[in-house]
Design a protein around this ligand. Structure first.
Ligand code: PGA
Ligand code: ZN
Length: 438
């Protein structure tokens, strides 16, 4: 009764007001699975392509071509397949598109379909998605450690500052609930500080405060003050996490901080980030150098990899092969897992599992263009032992993901939260183990 009988796409709209694709997968039992494709703004060059219509209408962002690939290519190939065979379904999708970046079908078409099949299989079994994921992939479910944006930046804030995400993590909290509470305090403390300086100017794409700063470092200083104003000792329960998104700052190992009118090479960028890590309680950093700067990433990992989480996002584009290559080269010690970067559930889970096998961290992540889709809350919980990045602590397309985790918490029960374990190998985890962190 889990055979696919229909695959139906429709145009819906994302958090930036852009069109995107929703797919309904219907099974012979009558059960439906549904998912929506998200969309990135600071995209890696090696990630699956969103197929857009181009032209003048909808600023070129139309999805008629992607919907056409669902209707005329994907649906005929999937009807008759078993939804419970996620790997088989994803292989059938891949067989339709031999291009490396899914240019022909569109990654937006493939990701919405692939996730909808996962939902359909879970619904057919009468299971919440997280439990289906854990059973299907033989994993131990646990609620993830959140990574939450306080200030936006980079491509998500009109490049008002260069660094893309100024985030906090609360690895010292003992429950997911407590993370939400502490984040609320820090988020609004940061807003109060911005208002008191006359720098309150709304929010960026992912709901973090708009970064009205004179330098990138002023954002870090303000974040530390906000953590203190919230009654916390920075580096104790709460740590700072950055997404430099350095591929947006230049190429071929040459970078430019536009806000500060500074150009630097890879070594100078690494030195600057090193000084920041000496001055601020940063325990996790994403894309510290560009996707085309492997020497820089190896050097950064050699210098800081034994005490800071170093996440490859644009650098690894949710690709298990790139994770294996990076591990062999000594680059990164964690991977961001964005399902639409890979284009299918199977490739994303393979990447997650490759990271875990390497002893790496794995952070399931939303995109800056999001919707009410909560698949990633379930995916990160079902696969277990991980982290979850969905943007800030405002705006419903973000809050639905955190709130869904709270519902899952009720189903999974106390003790189901991974807490600070994913940061065990960082200075935070090592201090905690020595007892110097409460
Ligand atoms: P994007 O960026 O979704 O805008 O591509 C998110 C990130 O870099 O983590
Ligand atoms: Zn990133």
């Amino acid at each position: 009764m889990s055979r696919i009988t229909a695959v139906q796409g429709r145009r819906v709209w994302d958090s930036r007001g852009n069109p995107t694709i929703e797919v309904d997968v219907t099974l012979e039992s009558g059960v439906i699975g549904r998912a929506i494709a998200p969309a990135g703004a600071s995209r890696g060059t090696r990630e699956a392509i969103d197929l857009r219509d181009g032209g003048k209408a909808l600023r070129g962002m139309g999805v008629a071509r992607a919907l056409d690939s669902v209707a005329t290519k994907i649906a005929p190939a999937l009807v008759g397949l078993e939804a419970t065979d996620q790997a088989g379904v994803d292989a059938a999708i891949l067989a339709l598109d031999s291009s490396p970046l899914k240019e022909s079908l569109g990654g937006n078409a493939t990701v919405a379909t692939s996730l909808a099949v996962l939902h359909a299989a879970a619904n057919n079994a009468g299971l919440p998605l997280w439990r289906h994921v854990a059973q299907h992939y033989d994993t131990s479910p646990s609620l993830p450690l959140p990574e939450i944006q306080i200030f936006g930046g980079g491509a998500h804030a009109g490049r008002r500052v260069d660094i893309q995400d100024f985030m906090i993590m609360v690895p010292g909290a003992s429950s997911f609930d407590e993370v939400m509470e502490v984040t609320n305090e820090v988020y609004f403390a940061a807003g109060d500080i911005m208002a008191s300086k006359g720098k309150a100017a709304g929010v960026a794409d992912e709901g973090g405060w708009w970064p009205m700063f004179d330098s990138n470092e002023e954002a870090l200083e303000t974040l530390v003050k906000a953590i203190e104003k919230a009654g916390e000792k920075p580096g104790n329960r709460v740590i700072i996490s950055l997404d430099v998104a350095a591929s947006e700052l230049g190429q071929d190992g040459q970078y430019r901080l536009a806000l500060e009118d500074r150009s630097m090479d890879s070594g100078q960028l690494i030195d600057m980030l090193g000084r920041w890590m000496d001055s601020y309680p940063i325990a996790s950093i994403e894309d510290p150098v560009g996707e085309d700067d492997p020497e820089g990433m190896v050097e950064f990992t050699r210098r800081f990899g034994d005490h800071v989480q170093i996440i490859g996002d644009d650098y690894l584009v949710t690709n298990a092969k790139l994770v294996a290559e990076a591990e062999a080269a000594g680059a990164c010690n964690a991977v961001l897992v964005k399902v639409n970067q890979a284009g299918t559930v199977t490739e994303s889970v393979d990447t997650f599992k490759a990271a875990r096998a390497a002893g790496w961290g794995a952070i399931v992540s939303a995109r800056s263009g999001e919707t009410e889709d909560v698949s990633i809350s379930h995916l990160s919980t079902g696969l277990g032992g991980g982290q979850l990045k969905v943007g800030s602590f405002t705006r419903s397309e973000r809050m639905v993901k955190w709130n869904e985790c709270l519902r899952i918490q009720d189903e999974l029960g106390a003790g189901s939260y991974v807490a600070g374990a994913p940061l065990a190998k960082t200075w935070w985890g090592k201090n905690k183990l020595k007892g110097s962190v409460a």
